[in-house]
Design a protein around this ligand. Structure first.
Ligand code: COA
Length: 334
């Protein structure tokens, strides 16, 4: 097939039942609903209970995406996560197995909040090469498991969840076609968002980690500035390579890091605020899960219509960033 292109044919999401509101946070730390909402746009987030891990959310979202696509088999599973069930092995093989997908290639992609866009590109690459005809791409996080519940710089921001899409080989003219990719990284910024313990630098055995080293440390203000800059730049690059003018974008679905970040990116790009989809209020920042969760919510709410020109963009730890363009497909709503 000439110009073999990945086309989105189904999507789905899952969130844990447990809700933590800003008022609940304010009971245990010096913060308030007004502060958190005005600085981030967040009012509540979902949290996994002790018995739920990332693979549980990934399986639920993956099953819904397969159902939405009307398919029972895929040729590969790519899972974006920064909170795998275990440091070793990867989580994707477990997810593929539990979904009954057989012995297909399954692997994790680690680019934290940009992880879903990185996973989309690797899946689209498998399709373009002819290695796979259909790929399940999942972003899933039990992110609150690496958040210090007493840290007012991070606990108000992050939440748990999963979202998934099914990609299939098609052509660039198809609705659902992923048309452009721009990805980047800057390892000089690795310390901006970091979990120090548990890796090969600060080992589980050997050096004795400080208890807080298993939690994420974030320099919020610097992250904010870099996120706006990189998401804007990456969006401009992918729009140029796709051949779309900014004014042709029907919907900007950005990584839900902070409502103020998303509004700033839209403003810098001169995309009207009402075209920037924001669903952070009830979910918080769910890292690799945030874009597929936002796509599912926007689709179910009727914000995304078949034929819409959609711009995705993300920034995350690493630092990593990216942007993707696609045309929204005609999909049933559940
Ligand atoms: N509740 C109440 N007050 C808080 C608070 C909280 N949860 N967190 C910080 N504060 C206080 C600070 O102590 C500080 O007080 P001071 O002025 O008396 O020193 C003041 O609020 C401002 O703190 P600062 O850290 O400068 O706040 P900010 O405006 O940068 O907002 C974040 C903090 C975390 C909300 C913001 O930096 C942010 O959203 N960054 C991006 C994070 C992100 O998106 N990360 C993921 C990227 S993928």
């Amino acid at each position: 097939m000439a110009n073999r292109t990945a086309v989105l044919i189904g999507l789905g999401s899952a969130v844990p039942d447990q809700i933590e509101t800003n008022d609940m946070l304010a009971e245990r730390m010096d913060t308030s609903d007004a502060w958190i909402h005005s600085r981030t746009g967040i009012k509540a987030r979902r949290k996994v209970g002790k018995d739920t891990a990332t693979s549980d959310l990934a399986v639920e979202a993956g099953a819904r995406a397969l159902k939405s696509a009307g398919v029972a088999t895929v040729d590969a599973v790519v899972l974006a996560t920064a909170t795998p069930d275990y440091q070793c092995p990867a989580t994707a093989p477990t997810v593929a197995n539990r979904l009954g997908l057989g012995t297909v290639p399954a692997y994790d992609v680690g680019a934290v909040c940009s992880g879903f866009l990185y996973a989309l590109l690797t899946a689209a690459g498998l399709i373009a090469l002819g290695t796979a005809g259909r790929v399940l791409v999942i972003g899933a996080e039990a992110f609150t498991t690496i958040i210090d519940p007493m840290d007012r710089g991070t606990a108000p921001i992050f939440g748990d969840g999963a979202g998934a899409v099914v990609l299939e080989a098609g052509s660039p003219a198809d609705q659902g076609a992923l048309l452009g990719f721009d990805l980047g990284s800057d390892g000089d910024l690795a310390e901006l968002i970091i979990v120090r313990a548990g890796g090969s630098r600060q080992r589980a055995a050997g050096t004795e980690p400080e208890p807080g080293d298993y939690f994420m440390d974030m320099q919020g203000k610097t992250v904010f500035a870099n996120a706006v800059l990189r998401m804007e730049e990456s969006s401009r690059k992918v729009l140029a390579s796709t051949g779309w003018a900014v004014g042709e974008v029907d919907c900007l679905v950005g990584h839900q890091a902070n409502a103020r970040i998303l509004r700033a990116v839209a403003e810098h790009l001169e995309i009207p605020a009402e075209r920037a989809f924001i669903n952070i209020e009830q979910l918080g920042n769910t890292a690799a899960a945030s874009i597929p969760l936002a796509l599912t919510d926007a689709h179910e709410a009727g914000v995304l219509q078949a034929g819409d020109r959609v711009l995705l963009t993300a920034f995350g730890a690493g630092a990593t960033w990216g942007a993707v363009t696609l045309v929204w497909p005609a999909l049933a709503r559940s």
